[in-house]
Write a protein that binds this ligand. Structure first.
Ligand code: HC0
Ligand code: SF4
Length: 572
């Protein structure tokens, strides 16, 4: 153990601890900016670029976030010298930053803005030359405004070390440094998967989502349109955070009531389509498992993951399930089955998806995802954007009375809600595949080995004497490892689930920011599991509305009509 003093308090910590960690242990707060520690999720940014966490170590000033403790250190975190040093560094950062906070997309959610308030900055003393670079708004998902970048490098750490995609890098030196793409290519022309994890950790408005709020408002005002909204599984366990509710509060009823108050014609549930996905995907799996062909089957509902495999493992494009993702299935069913039922022309239906994800915006614009001749999904709005809309409309979210989803695309089982947490799609598939193989109902529906935020989870499930080997990865770096294992030995796994974001969709790039609180993610995952346990039906094939959909319209799971509307292909 190492013994030191911080602000005259005796501290004893293991060798290898930073001053920042040691201070935390004795409840001494040191402000930080570039530093971010989500080590449970495999992410720690140790760049120490911003120099906000400077503390006095004897006569020297050192950054607390990456200076390791030494025996006998005498650290002062709150001396006038340390306070002034920090403030000066912040003022220097602000001198090279646009001052358009009032209209910035991050206004109210910006860590730089909060820090300026916390450090009581009242003037920006230094007013020199400012670097300016063009804004990149080429993609459907992400906007990069390098003028707002403070070079904290959280995004490059995330993209390169955690996601292992390698889209973002810093080029140039000193004052000319900029975070950009290879050859400054527009994001749309890069290998970016649009996972949005860079923007989830960006402290300022340098990386943000493309907003679709105005298009949705326009559709709501257009009397010739029927506007149908669907909500993803993971939104209901995180939206409350935007209204200062306890993390992990399930706000399904309030979310539905708010959407009805906003004027959507029908409020449906993506979970309905998650049950539908399971019917199709389990059918596909059982077929492949019996014939031992094209295994392991890979789940295909995460659009970032699909783009990742298309770019990085296109030798494996014979194994992803051909199922569209649930929200896309929902769109094509709305514009076919529902349109027919309601006597509506699909051209007059607008489908809006509320998603925890920014890649869903890109996915909605994939040309092949338009089975009825119209885009399956018209607009995607993130959890954060939905919160903004609720605030725009002055809805009293905390006190609004709960409402129920509409029929018939609103019914769902517990198997659908667990899609929102890593391991859930796999578990939901197994619950139905068991029935398809044995003709019996699975008694114990929970697979605890597949729960939690561990990057790669493996399990072996015995179905009627045959072992089914399954694995789930969350985060693209973990996906890469798992795929490398599967490439080496195709018989190692039978089913693989991959979600690009930490913890699955609950940790999506469109969710309320975690700000170093991975415990929030665990609470969201626990809430998803609780929602499953509260459901009277927990297996997709028990969903009465799904049974009716097959009976009235699709025929059998895997039918040619189902293939026409619910399946897709991949780009090599
Ligand atoms: Fe997900 Fe989905 S579970 S990708 O994570 O599969 O975004 O929540 O909506 O489509 O259902 C995200 C979440 C979804 C889809 C579903 C899947
Ligand atoms: Fe990298 Fe994901 Fe950001 Fe694209 S969206 S730059 S893949 S972290």
């Amino acid at each position: 153990m190492i013994n030191l003093k911080i602000n005259n308090k005796e501290v004893s910590v293991p060798n290898g601890t930073t001053i920042l960690e040691a201070a935390k242990k004795v409840n001494i707060h040191i402000p930080t900016l570039c530093h971010l520690d989500l080590h449970d999720l495999g992410f720690v940014n140790e760049e120490a670029n911003c120099r906000i966490c400077m503390v006095e170590n004897g006569k020297k000033m050192v950054p607390a976030c990456n200076t390791l403790v030494k025996e006998g250190m005498d650290i002062k975190t709150n001396s006038i010298k340390a306070i002034n040093f920090r403030k000066m560094n912040l003022e220097l950062l602000l001198s090279n930053h646009p001052k358009d906070c009032l209209v910035c997309n991050k206004n109210g959610r910006c860590e730089l803005q909060s820090l300026a308030a916390a450090l009581n900055v009242r003037e920006i003393k230094y007013d020199g030359e400012r670097m300016t670079f063009p804004t990149d708004n080429s993609s459907y998902s992400i906007i990069r405004d390098p003028d707002k970048c403070i070079l904290c490098k959280r995004c490059t750490t995330m993209c390169n070390n955690v996601q292992t995609v390698g889209t973002l890098t810093d080029v140039g030196r000193g004052f000319n440094t900029v975070v950009t793409t290879a050859m400054h290519r527009p994001m749309i022309d890069t290998n970016c998967t649009f996972c949005g994890q860079c923007l989830a950790v960006c402290p300022t408005g340098a990386i943000s989502e493309v907003s679709n709020i105005s298009q949705v408002y326009k559709a709501l005002m257009d009397e010739t349109k029927t506007v149908v909204v669907q909500t993803a599984p993971a939104v209901r366990v995180a939206l409350g955070e935007e209204f200062y509710m306890e993390e992990g509060t399930i706000v399904t009823g309030k979310m539905v009531a708010s959407l009805k108050q906003m004027g959507f014609d029908y409020v449906f549930d993506t979970n309905f389509a998650a049950d539908l996905t399971i019917m199709e995907e389990a059918t596909e799996f059982v077929e492949r498992f019996k014939t031992k062909k094209n295994l392991p089957i890979l789940t295909s509902c995460c659009p970032s993951w699909v783009k990742f495999i298309e770019h990085k493992f296109n030798n494996l494009l014979d194994i992803p399930s051909t199922c569209k993702s649930p929200h896309e299935m929902f769109g094509s069913i709305t514009k076919s089955y529902f349109a027919k039922k309601m006597n509506l022309d699909p051209k007059d239906i607008v489908v809006v998806s509320i998603m925890p994800c920014v890649a869903k915006k890109y996915e909605a614009n994939r040309k092949e995802l338009s089975s009825t001749g119209y885009a399956d999904v018209d607009y995607v709005v993130t959890t954060r954007e939905l919160a903004t809309m609720i605030k725009d409309m002055n809805i009293d979210f905390k006190n609004i009375e709960d409402a129920e989803f509409d029929d018939p695309l609103g019914e769902s089982t517990g198997a659908a809600v667990i899609f929102g947490a890593s391991g859930g799609v796999l578990e939901a598939t197994l619950r139905t595949a068991y029935n398809m193989i044995t003709g019996e109902d699975l008694k114990n529906v929970e697979f605890h080995d597949l729960e939690g935020i561990k990057g790669i989870k493996e399990a072996v499930v015995n179905i009627q004497g045959t072992d089914v080997k399954v694995a789930a990865a969350n985060g693209l770096g973990n996906a890469r490892k798992l795929l490398e294992m599967a490439s080496e030995d195709r018989s190692r796994f039978d089913v693989i689930e991959i979600m690009a974001c930490p913890g699955g969709c609950v940790g999506g790039g469109g969710q309320p920011f975690l700000r170093g609180r991975s415990d929030k993610l665990i609470k969201r995952m626990n809430a998803i599991r609780e929602e499953d346990r509260n459901k009277p039906l927990r297996k997709s094939y028990e969903n009465e509305s799904i049974k009716k959909l097959y009976k009235e319209f699709l025929g059998e799971p895997g039918s040619s009509k189902a293939h026409e509307l619910l399946h897709t292909s991949y780009i090599e």
